[in-house]
Design a protein around this ligand. Structure first.
Ligand code: SAM
Length: 302
């Protein structure tokens, strides 16, 4: 990939790197995620249980993309399918998810819901036959650039992604994106050790965007209608996951052995520190497809 390209070689994490993290076994994830197996930051309100906070997040992202009224919704990096299921429950006619993890796609196929479909493909290889009315992408963008790229190369990879989304989305369509991003607080020793652990042990071949990278990458294709940084919501989500893992430790060891739960415990502790100290942020965007030359009118493009 050249620094300026918008359609160069894919610069994100490979299928092998994604499987390394996500295919440790669905039984292990079931032990500590909520029953919908949503694996991204929730959206909390006072008194929430994890499942309610995850559902609020899914609804915020579905609403932002106008997904409940979509004939066809695309979820890029669909995990085990929680957003697909919720979108269809709320009125979307057909929801397509793409993931690099075969085990995630297997679980979605096992639900036997004809309105939901999962394909094992990266976005760079994805070639849909028809356009979509709404696009969502939750917790996958973190994998779309590798560690070691220059900022220009990262932005070029992200621009390539948004160029495809622009093509796949019908004119006037909306997209929502949730991603972890680099924070503005410089690393201290602990922050650096935690970051190195997360990148080396948990997410090989991945790096985080800076918030400004996202704005540079959407230019000319999408405009940001809303953005929230909810990093405190990720502190709470990770704390909850950690408590759940600890509470069912013996089950976790029974399905995944001694090593995996130990590594995930260390990783969740590291994530809590990264978000609470401001080394990382959690961004949620509502994006509107830009239609060059077309005046936007209230109510006209939703
Ligand atoms: C942290 S999980 C989030 C899953 C889900 N969106 C959720 O919130 O529960 C990241 C997802 O991104 C997918 N992913 C990573 N790189 C991808 C790529 N290049 N194309 C499509 N999906 C990708 C992974 O397979 C996984 O499903």
């Amino acid at each position: 990939m050249t620094a300026n390209s918008t359609a160069g070689e894919y610069a994100g994490a490979s299928q092998g790197a994604i499987e390394h993290h996500y295919d440790v076994g669905n039984e292990f994830w079931k032990v500590w995620l909520d029953p919908t197996m949503t694996y991204s930051c929730a959206m909390w309100e006072e008194g929430d249980k994890l499942e309610a906070a995850q559902r609020r997040k899914l609804d915020w992202l579905i609403d932002g993309a106008r997904g409940a009224s979509a004939e066809r919704l695309l979820d890029i990096g669909c995990g085990w399918g929680a957003l697909l299921e919720r979108a269809v429950e709320r009125g979307a006619r057909h929801a397509v998810g793409i993931t690099l993890s075969p085990k995630q796609a297997e679980r979605i196929a096992g639900r036997d819901n004809p309105a939901i479909e999962a394909r094992v493909t990266g976005w760079a290889e994805f070639k849909p036959d028809e356009r979509f009315d709404a696009i969502t992408s939750v917790g996958a963008f973190e994998h779309f650039a590798r560690l070691g790229l220059t900022r220009e190369q990262k932005v070029a990879s992200y621009r390539d992604f948004f160029a495809r989304c622009h093509q796949w989305l019908r004119p006037g369509g909306w997209m929502t994106l949730q991603t972890i991003a680099k924070g503005d607080v410089a690393f201290d020793g602990q922050g650096l050790r935690d970051f190195a652990y997360i990148v080396k042990k948990m997410f090989p071949e991945s790096d985080l965007p800076h918030p400004a990278d996202v704005f540079a990458a959407i230019e000319g294709r999408f405009e940001a209608v809303a953005m929230r940084n909810d990093r405190e919501h990720y502190v709470r989500t990770c704390e909850e996951w950690l408590q759940r893992l600890d509470a069912r430790w013996d089950e976790a060891v029974a399905v995944a052995g001694d090593e995996v739960p130990r590594v995930y415990r260390r990783y969740l502790e590291a994530c809590i520190r990264q978000f609470s100290r401001g080394h990382a942020g959690l961004l949620r965007f509502v994006l509107r497809r830009v239609e060059p030359g077309e005046p936007f009118r209230f109510g006209g493009a939703s």
